[in-house]
Design a protein around this ligand. Sequence first.
Ligand SMILES: NC(=O)c1ccc[n+]([C@@H]2O[C@H](COP(=O)([O-])OP(=O)(O)OC[C@H]3O[C@@H](n4cnc5c(N)ncnc54)[C@H](O)[C@@H]3O)[C@@H](O)[C@H]2O)c1
Length: 458
Amino acid sequence: MSHRRYALIGAGHRAQMYVDALIGPYADDAELVAICEPNPVRAQYYVDRITAAGHDAPAVYAPADLERMISAERVDRTIVCARDDLHAELIVRSLDAGADVVVEKPLTIDAPSAAAIEDAIARTGREVVITFNYRYSPRNSALRQVIQDGTIGQVTSIDFSWMLDTKHGADYFRRWHREKDHSGGLLVHKSSHHFDLVNWWIRAEPRRVFASGGLRFYGSENAAARGIRNRPERGTPLGAPRAGDPFELDLRDDERLKALYLDAEQHDGYLRDRDVFTDGITIEDNLALIVDYASGATLSYSLNAHAPWEGYRVAVNGTLGRAELDVVERGAVLADEGLHPVLDPSAVDAGTSGSLRPEGERLLVQRHWEAAYEVPISNGTGGHGGGDALLLADVFEGPGDDPLARPADWRDGVRSICVGIAGNRSLETGLPVHVTELGIRLLEGDDVRTAPAGSVRA
Ligand SMILES: NC(=O)c1ccc[n+]([C@@H]2O[C@H](COP(=O)([O-])OP(=O)(O)OC[C@H]3O[C@@H](n4cnc5c(N)ncnc54)[C@H](O)[C@@H]3O)[C@@H](O)[C@H]2O)c1
């Protein structure tokens, strides 16, 4: 792989994984030459990190100057790490200006912008790589291997439930994620990870989606109905009284959050710590879906964003048996005793004996007429059981010949978000939605890469 010149677009929380890779293990293959970021404090945070590691300072550009940046800095590839609803514009502008793109999930949040990305790819012939880090978690790879090996036969249905706890789940209700216009809601922002896993596990394409759900826990109305009132606007008590409960996020308690957000908010008014029980939340916190696949399989899926523990359960039924993956990422969110006005301390104690829900993972396979057995999961070192390092190697060194087909491109991005986008439409209409109704050519069986060069939507 030749030496590539990179520009980071969006220098917030997620950017760090890419910056650290570029100034660390991939510094010989790649160079981070520019940062495109409107907030000067966040841009400087990463400039300082890069120079502290002994590298040249990247040039900083405003988003309006993205094209000028790509040409002046001779950028080969941009890394798009901005808010979800900005991805499409930033991808299309990067492609048109002559750079390939690496983009964080989700590819984008709605159908028209996905179609615009598709058109730009057809027009420019350039590459868009999407980073689906969950595929690389050893436990998720192990399930793909079981299914790919044919151990459970042909997949007939999947039962998948995902629990986000009151620590991690609550965090989606504090900043831009809480607004559907910015994130597509959890069905797009979060579940696109899960829908990609299903597409990839069973190697099938989603066709029809029915969704139901709503906002039932977070937000001012739900809080008021439970007697929770007079919440402060934000968790960092800048002169205001503390609400005094575990849902508060005080940015001053975390050096990185303070540097990236609290110290930066004077420039753009971006509040990282809005209270989860305030007005203005337009996303759901409880969701259920039925998805039909072209292969004939059916998925039943649920997401809960206020669970007392975090993890997921997936069961895959096949013609020869069943595989079950159970993961507990956090067995309990333990409240600081005395802080929470409504928690009974004895309930906290019961939670502490969390051995009833130990953290860990288990993949069980059971074939018809046979005893169940556990499939070993071999974790490596580093984030996500070594998965992050494998992902970054595929992104920065180029995808190897992976028997599990983990590297993903924009097509996988489209096939994952189409479930959430169709699900959002189903939530609005109360009806099932066929993905061919979304106006994205790939979903109609027309891969723009097989169309004549330069072909664009009629
Ligand atoms: N794969 C994962 O597990 C994972 C985890 C976290 C975030 N993400 C994704 O990464 C992306 C970034 O999330 P985050 O938490 O870092 O968000 P963030 O809000 O912390 O960072 C986004 C940055 O983009 C900047 N920005 C705003 N407008 C811009 C523009 N027009 N052009 C360029 N930059 C602009 C903001 O100032 C901010 O610094 C999102 O798409 C999110 O879904 C993925």
